[in-house]
Design a protein around this ligand. Structure first.
Ligand code: SF4
Length: 218
């Protein structure tokens, strides 16, 4: 199946979806957003990585920033922080306007520490590049600002299947304009939308118990 362009979802939404399905729906269906320290520092890191006019050649590697990507099959679009085209005349693919063959390695920039949601985002980016450039990408990298380390990530079948499953589910929610109910977890404490989502409200069985609690709190 191929999605129409007007139905494409944001690729980067997979991080929100993996964090909490309700958070994804609040942002991507209801268009609600609130910044916190984590979202701002993440944004600043991406600004540095996304200089669209930037293409650099270092020895046998061509580096591009902010490359637009999409997948018709998954119905998504987005941008890669960095894509490295590494000269590989044995196993690589041809790149328009360049001599030789290249293997393709996406690099994602993150401010925190290694998380599975980041791996799903990187995998989705690689799957888009594979579809666009008719190539196979076995691994990519995530650079973490906190550790200043580049982690090499193998893009396994399990990650790829989860990515496809997530986007199918997201398209289903988006079509129905469905926002899942609160499921209060530890993640709520770090959630940038907790003041909009109000997860605490869900612990009250009735309006009366909420009012009693609030009056008692003062
Ligand atoms: S506060 Fe909790 S339930 Fe609400 S959107 Fe955030 S993580 Fe999800």
């Amino acid at each position: 199946m191929a999605y129409d362009e007007e139905d494409y979802l944001m690729l980067s939404g997979i991080q929100h979806f993996e964090f909490c399905r309700r958070q994804w729906a609040l942002i991507h269906i209801e268009q609600q957003w609130e910044e916190n320290y984590l979202t701002v520092s993440g944004e600043l890191m991406h600004e540095k990585a996304h200089d669209k006019d930037f293409t650099e050649k270092r020895k046998n590697v061509i580096i591009t920033r902010g490359m637009p990507i999409f997948s018709r099959e998954m119905g998504i679009s987005g941008e890669c922080d960095i894509v490295e085209f590494v000269r590989d005349d044995k196993n690589g693919v041809e790149i328009f306007g360049r001599e030789g063959h290249y293997s393709i390695e996406p690099v994602e920039y993150k401010h925190g520490e290694l998380k599975e949601a980041d791996i799903f985002q990187l995998t989705a980016e690689a799957m888009c590049l594979e579809e666009m450039l008719c190539c196979e990408i076995k691994y990519g990298y995530i650079f973490y600002g906190k550790t200043r380390k580049r982690e090499k990530i193998e893009l396994t079948e399990e990650y790829r299947n989860q990515v496809k499953k997530d986007f199918e589910e997201m398209h289903g929610y988006f079509k129905r304009k469905y926002t899942p109910n609160v499921r209060k977890t530890k993640a709520c404490n770090a959630c940038s939308l907790k003041n909009i989502c109000l997860p605490k409200m869900n612990t009250f069985k009735s309006a009366k118990s909420y009012i009693d609690f609030m009056i008692g709190e003062e």
